[in-house]
Design a protein around this ligand. Structure first.
Ligand code: HEC
Length: 132
């Protein structure tokens, strides 16, 4: 299986896929784009929930951190990780399989409606990045 990593040095060993090449936009550019793009009002709740529940590991504008992968990444496009995967992850947790960050624990206290709002926000980010 292809193990992805954000660290180029390690990535060279395991997999050809590295974050900037896969996304076509650097994390820094993505954060700037998110800040500049006019977020539709309907997504502001999703962003707030993301910042509360997911940001710690998935990073600003879902560009990843040292604790978790970017969700603005080709591997998480709808055709590869459809919305049901996005519901299962926070509600049930994820066993590490794509990256080297370890398991994702279930997110305590989150509701399906909050996840739905987060999914809409993350899909919007992915579209801004030209992933789909
Ligand atoms: C404590 C850190 C942490 C938090 C908080 C966290 N995640 Fe994750 N998440 C991870 C890690 C690590 C992975 C990668 C697992 C792997 O190797 O595939 C991951 C993977 C995922 C995946 C991919 C699931 C799959 O089927 O491969 C989705 C979707 C996801 N996270 C969504 C979320 C959302 C939405 C939130 C907030 C509600 C969130 N995560 C909060 C650490 C976290």
């Amino acid at each position: 299986m292809c193990v992805l990593t954000t660290a180029a040095a390690v990535g060279a060993v395991g997999c050809k896929e590295e974050r900037p090449a896969s996304v076509g936009i650097s994390p820094e550019a993505m954060v700037a784009l998110e800040a500049d793009a006019v977020l539709p009002d309907s997504l502001s709740a999703g962003r707030a929930h993301f910042e509360r529940f997911c940001h710690e590991c998935h990073g600003k504008a879902a560009t990843g951190s040292e604790k978790g992968p970017p969700l603005v990444h080709r591997v998480y496009r709808p055709g590869h990780h459809a919305d049901p995967a996005f519901f299962l992850a926070p509600l049930q947790g994820v066993r590490a399989h794509h990256w080297r960050f370890g398991d994702m624990p279930a997110v305590e206290g989150i509701t399906r409606d909050q996840v739905a709002a987060i999914v809409a926000y993350v899909r919007w980010l992915q579209r801004q990045a030209g992933i789909f």
